[in-house]
Write a protein that binds this ligand. Sequence first.
Ligand code: GDP
Ligand code: MN
Length: 349
Amino acid sequence: LLTSVRRPAPPGQQHQAPSYRPGEPKPVSACFAVLARNGDWRALRESMRQLEDRFNRRFNYPYVFLNDEPFTDEFINMTRSMTQADVHYGQIPAKHWSYPPWIDRDRAAARRAQMHEQGVMYGGSESYRHMCRFESGLFFRHPLLQQFDYYWRLEPGVEYLCDINYDPFQYMKDRRIKYGWTIAIYELMDTIPTLWDSVRRFIAAHPESVPEHNALWWVSRDNGTTYNGCHFWSNFEIADLSFYRGPEYTKFFDFLDREGGFFYERWGDAPVHSIAAALFLQKEEVHWFRDIGYLHPGWQHCPEGDAWLAGRCTCDPNDSNKSITRQPWGKCSREWALLPDTPPEHRRA
Ligand code: GDP
Ligand code: MN
């Protein structure tokens, strides 16, 4: 017996968002930004295949690839062949990938050795620290990014687990969202022992940077005394670059850079971005893209319900080994939903 069943299209496919051609100006000036080493091309092809298939083959947003070394022809050929969209390749200026003059390099080396001994993840790595500092405060100053208003960070070896049937850049622009994320977790506190002390000193000196109805509660349950370690996992992030280029964030990064923790400790760009977003933005300016299925080795976010169906997701939201919302370590993600909404009359214009 043969049964043929006609089903309606999944909800998200009934309304196909507009598509844009490569090179055509987009309604939002936006790009993917990829920091990578030459040896990362194979893992990057995996990331690009999924991102293109799930989203960008219809939207054709351009890519910007950045590296502290010159890109090889192999890297360029192996990545540009994964997309029809425009691609740009740039080298990072040495000044953005080296020690500022006020850093004591011997002290930094001694601290790396010590953190390596303690078994801190990447504790002994010098390049990882340059990477974190660059991603914290410098990537958006690169000449290739100047033409863009929004960016979406992409890393080698990540997976997009569901179709994205709309344009997240447009979604953010329409709602004046400054920062978008999919996974939030706790930080390894050994990497940031004095970060919060520095943050407190910054806030004391710049109270005007901190609006009412921000997400302070999400990062500090004692009204700013201690940091609970919650942060957005910045290997995925979509941001309005005016947030990073604006005066609050610029002052904040420059202050942290002077403090030396990128080198004497191992401050990550994820807590730095996240603390800034939680303090300097109102809750409504930060958006959890719960409908974007995403995996970075270690954890995934898998949408549930209608979003799962509409997105033709290939992940299992109930997989408690991988799904961050099912994990104690992912309490930060779940707790975001507990933050009260900003009353409309208190929202910034
Ligand atoms: P993790 O996600 O914290 O484990 O760190 P990754 O190894 O994924 O590095 C984060 C991002 O920075 C990835 O996009 C890497 O390709 C990139 N990256 C890390 N170290 C370097 C480096 O020394 N040079 C360059 N050009 N990119 C790097
Ligand atoms: Mn990574």
